[in-house]
Design a protein around this ligand. Structure first.
Ligand code: SF4
Length: 291
């Protein structure tokens, strides 16, 4: 839990604060942008929430924070409400799970709710509250793991929800060797008519994206929106396998149509298809210039 004695000096006076255990995963800054800001390589509360919506977002950030670095004087019932709010809707039947794990350096995870079986995309932190909520929404048939960095508490979710874990062999190892479905090769896999798994090696050897209904693209750490650059991009400094292969994979991905980019790290992006195509081209050009 965050501790007032470790409160960072950059925090504004008041209820909410960030303490020195922050790992700068960025989650609170996109989840509660009116409250949390970057300060000296970490996050801090530069403005205390000034509206009910800003307060709700700050409470969600306190729950989502992977390292419990956000402190608040909020009363127990208000915190319980925030804990029970996840998964929160993004659009249509796609939800954001919150509960980031330090084991995946605070990567985001998602839930797709569909009549043929729900899909959990990457692993949230272990939580009975979240598990009960997901159960009430129909459970999870699959736990799709985009790559080996974001598997976090996959064993807990397998046990708790009985979901089939899916991971590419290029990233399987240690505790993930017993995943129920290990993919291989570079061909797109049709998991169901509305779900396609697209291998995108580069960030890691076994990175894969998941395309849902030709609209929602879950990208792991392959592709995200950069607030600072103002375009889609890939993490050049966090490319663990091959930048050349990642650029090739991005070229392949650009051939698909989609409207949403939902990453593990970095920001989401939503646009019409034409803008998305242009963004993918800009991303590719940017990547080629950094070979
Ligand atoms: S969510 Fe937590 S760890 Fe991540 S930047 Fe905010 S305070 Fe730091």
């Amino acid at each position: 839990m965050a501790h007032p004695k470790r409160r960072l000096p950059g925090n504004a006076a008041g209820d909410f604060y960030v303490d020195e255990t922050c790992i700068d995963c960025e989650t609170c800054r996109w989840l509660a942008p009116e409250t949390f800001f970057p300060v000296a390589g970490q996050s801090a509360v530069l403005r205390q929430p000034g509206s009910p919506e800003a307060r709700r977002q700050a409470l969600l950030a306190a729950v989502a924070c992977p390292t419990a670095s956000i402190g608040t004087l909020a009363a127990a019932p208000e915190m319980a409400e925030a804990r029970a709010a996840f998964p929160v809707p993004i659009a249509e039947e796609v939800y954001y799970c919150g509960y980031h794990s330090p084991k995946s350096f605070g990567a985001a995870s998602y839930l797709i709710v569909r009549p043929e079986g729900n899909v959990l995309v990457d692993s949230p932190r272990r939580s009975e509250t979240l598990a009960a909520r997901i159960e009430s929404m129909g459970g999870a048939r699959w736990l799709f793991l985009t790559h080996g960095d974001d598997v976090a508490d996959h064993g807990f979710w397998r046990e708790r929800l009985g979901c089939e874990r899916i991971l590419h062999v290029g990233d399987a190892g240690g505790s993930t060797l017993d995943c129920e479905r290990i993919l291989s090769g570079g061909d797109t896999v049709e998991l169901a008519p509305d779900l396609r798994i697209i291998p995108v090696p580069g960030h890691t050897e076994g990175s894969c994206a998941l395309l849902y209904r030709e609209s929602f693209l879950f990208t792991g750490d392959h592709l995200a929106w950069s607030e600072r650059r103002g375009h889609l991009y890939a993490f050049r400094d966090a490319c663990w396998h091959s930048w050349r292969r990642q650029t090739e994979s991005m070229g392949k991905l650009a051939g698909y149509g989609f409207e949403w980019v939902l990453p593990g790290h970095g920001r989401r992006f939503h646009s019409d298809r034409e803008t998305m195509r242009a963004q993918m081209e800009e991303c590719l050009e940017w990547m080629r210039g950094r070979g």
